[in-house]
Design a protein around this ligand. Structure first.
Ligand SMILES: Cc1cc2nc3c(=O)[nH]c(=O)nc-3n(C[C@H](O)[C@H](O)[C@H](O)COP(=O)(O)O)c2cc1C
Length: 157
């Protein structure tokens, strides 16, 4: 049996691209139980269409915070897809990471609210990576994504 994990990552900078790569690499390198194959794909929110998420067994959303809110790219995705997802993706397991210069709390609040409205299941506390860049951020994102892959594999999510 195989399951699909979708990483939706907004990557406007080398650092945010490194975060997405860390998440994807963690999932692609996941060597779980032999009864389940986890297929992972990574898309820009600009490229996500509603069927991409509907076909996924779980989703990770990685966004920046810009001007006190989630990136416009991430917001645009919800603007385009929200109505299709509403009622058709209940209980979708979701994890979130946010790269922010200083803060990230407004983006966390907004994404948590949207996920709640869509009746998605937030399976981990959203990870906020703020302040000066730290290479350890990549490990945090890798661990988040790995946890989702392992949970899917084990049938927890
Ligand atoms: C136009 C603009 C607005 C931003 N607004 C915020 C903000 O409101 N809160 C915040 O914490 N960071 C803000 N940032 C910082 C970005 O979140 C950060 O630069 C981005 O996540 C990329 O991270 P990096 O610099 O490590 O590549 C802003 C950046 C830009 C370019």
């Amino acid at each position: 049996m195989s399951k699909t994990l979708l990483i939706i990552a907004h990557t406007p900078s080398p650092n945010t691209a490194a975060l997405a790569k860390a998440g994807l690499d963690a999932c692609l390198g996941y060597d779980g139980y032999d009864h389940c194959e986890i297929k992972t794909r990574c898309l820009s929110p600009f490229d996500v269409t509603s069927p991409d998420l509907l076909a996924a067994d779980a989703v990770i959303i990685g966004t920046t915070e810009n001007i006190g809110y989630m990136a416009g790219a991430t917001k645009d995705m919800f603007d385009r897809c929200y109505n299709d997802w509403l009622g058709n993706s209940d209980a979708k397991p979701v994890a979130i990471y946010i790269r922010a210069g200083l803060d990230g709390t407004a983006t966390k609040r907004a994404l948590t609210s949207i996920c709640g409205s869509l009746k998605w299941r937030l399976v981990a506390e959203p990870v906020i990576l703020h302040g000066d860049w730290n290479d350890a951020f990549c490990k945090e994102v890798g661990d988040l994504c790995l946890g989702l892959a392992a949970g899917l594999d084990a049938g927890i999510f």
